[in-house]
Design a protein around this ligand. Structure first.
Ligand code: XMP
Ligand code: MG
Length: 177
């Protein structure tokens, strides 16, 4: 059992299991984008270790850039407004690969893809380390998925609980006490 702030977690996916999936996804990306000069867009903060591990395994000509999605409450409606920060590179005509830590409801990715599409990239693909199929509310095609997990809160390998837990090398899942 691992404590992160006031919550208890247990190991769900080991560091070795993560690295094996990272290797597999990197192999597929190297093959798929060999002659495409893709641009990888890493979504901070949670994906920073996944981005780094994938990027080290890429042997093709490629670029990486980092984006943040800022969510805030609209003062007038209950809907969550989102803003994309850091897209300061032209992606028109480029093959874009989004690197995400986790796709939960799919709302973040839906917003991201709609925003990127406005800039007319040649293609948009998605690689996510984790996916919670039961939580998905917006149907989005995920091209590369590391692990499908149950609909429960997880931390580790970059993912956090109120800022903590990112430094666990394995993925930890919340346990009820
Ligand atoms: P949606 O619901 O938009 O969520 O697909 C995507 C973003 O929400 C965060 N998220 C999590 N963060 N443990 C975390 O540490 C989780 O279990 C979790 N589920 C969603 C994450 O930032 C993701 O990019
Ligand atoms: Mg995230």
């Amino acid at each position: 059992m691992v404590e992160v702030l006031d919550l208890k977690f247990k190991e769900l996916i080991t560091s070795e299991e993560i690295q094996a999936r990272v290797d597999d996804i990197s192999d597929k990306l190297n093959e798929r984008f060999a002659d495409k000069k893709p641009i990888f867009l890493g979504i901070l903060n949670g994906s920073f270790l996944f981005i780094a591990d994938i990027f080290k395994k890429l042997s093709i000509p490629c670029e990486v850039s980092f984006l943040k999605i800022h969510s805030y409450q609209n003062t007038e409606s209950t809907g969550k407004m989102k803003e994309l920060i850091g897209l300061n590179q032209p992606i028109e005509g480029r093959h874009v690969v989004i690197l995400e830590d986790i796709v939960d409801t799919g709302r973040t990715l839906d917003f991201l893809m709609k925003t990127l599409e406005i800039h007319n990239p040649a293609s948009i693909s998605v690689a996510t380390l984790l996916h919670k199929p039961e939580a998905m509310q917006v149907p989005i095609k995920l091209d590369y998925v590391g692990f499908e997990i149950q609909n429960q809160f997880v931390v580790g390998y970059g993912l956090d609980y109120n800022g903590y837990g990112r430094n666990s090398s394995s993925i930890l899942i919340k346990v009820d006490d």
